[in-house]
Design a protein around this ligand. Sequence first.
Ligand code: HEM
Length: 503
Amino acid sequence: MAELGVSEMERMNTFGIGADAQRGLGAGMTLPLLFLATVVWWIWQRHKANLESGLPGTFGLPFIGETLTYVAKMKSPLGNFVDEKTKRYNGAQAFKSSLFFQPTVIATEVETVKMIVAKEGRSFVSNYPSSFALLLGRFNGLNMNGENWKRLRKFVISHIMRVDLLKERMADIEDLVVRTLDSWADDEGRTIYVEDETKTIAFNITALIVLNLKPGKVSQTMQRDYYPLIEGMFSLPINLPWTIYGKATQARVRILKTLEEFLQSRTVKDDVFDNYVQLLQEELPPGSPPALKHEMGLDLLTSLLFAGHDTTAATMVFSVKYIGENPKVLAELRREHEELLKRKQPGERISWDDCKTLSFSNSIITETLRMCNISTTVFRKSLEDVHVGDYVIPKGWLVLPYFRAVHFNPSIYPDPYTFNPFRYQDAAGSKLPFFGFGGGARLCPGMDLARAELCLFLHHLVMKFESWELLGNDVVSYFPFPRLSARLPIRVKRRTPPQQPST
Ligand code: HEM
């Protein structure tokens, strides 16, 4: 280059040769430098936040952090990642880790947990793993924040979970519960796998509320495809035919296909999907592509079918287990439902309002959720440095308010590993901190529907069956969601004479 005169350089520049060569050289140097600088900056920020946070804990391996240990412990009935860490750090109320590829704060102390869920949208926002968005659609409620989330939540509360609408559906919901429980009674000697049966009850109810879909081939196909999808929700997003995630994405494709075919076959169009797309039409910026609204509508349906059924089904399973192990609880539950029937005309349906009066049944639901922790935590990200006592939750970290730690804290819930629904029966019990349905601005909008479904389930369970024998040695695993290893096999003993008014 030194031998070239100015005119030579100008000539090369005119033809773009020198400029390209210079750009190539520049870019060749700049990109690695930029990358290096970003990595150094990232490490420095992480190190600085780590030092300043004052939190005990370790980040584990580079990149993957402590995710593998966390998952392994959550899968095992004996290990508990959070309890072990809390003990190791002398009862620390929060500690740091690195989970799901992010620096993480896990908060176990009740006031901090309350604060995190209460500051939704201000200091913290929802931050579920990207596998959720890939499998439930990017417009599922959990992965959304801001205006689109508010729009969706308002629609769910005011159109789908509207109490007057749900009240009208109670008889249909009850029929779906009875349909399954009657099949148990028909063949007393058979082994019933409660998990399989309750998944069908809860899926059929959710499909009825969300899609107005009656049980049949379409609902069966869709329900079957949900389980590989759910298994993939916390998996590494490696999309190969044999990976958990790969199988989950194939299941999503099938679910969407079934859903689209169902939507096209409908005769009545004034339903959840069309009403939501219509609302988006009015509220999204003019010119938003129709395909976007269609996608948002599909994501709403697929995520509701997930959120509404797997959670409620698991609560039913665990309630059968816990009540089956506790004759005193069973007796008190039956007494409450016999009292209810005395207040009703023969053959009169159980209403939404009846369910609200069933205080012991609702205590059983609360206690079941406290013990089994369908949501052990929720996923948040800090929008700013948040000072809590003598430590800081640094901005931009994954934040896990750990509900399970509150629910098993012996100073809040004495004898926490004992199933005791009686604990809620006095004035103090009704004030116990409970996060079974989350809290704050994201409190589960399906909570009242779930409680109504569960009350109907408990009613028919104790009215149709004298008792049930737990047959398997089920162990509980908490990942990706709480499960019983043997799917809770039971054998039922019918009540004689049947106390059940015909429905
Ligand atoms: C026992 C059953 C249920 C449990 C334990 C449960 C639990 C939860 C929890 C803990 C959250 C909060 C998530 C967060 O804060 O990040 C939540 C949110 C949600 N749940 Fe439920 N749920 C149940 C039933 C239902 C039902 C029946 C439906 C509807 C059919 C439903 C729909 C939703 C939706 C749409 C959200 C997202 C709310 C938002 O992001 O604003 N859930 N649920």
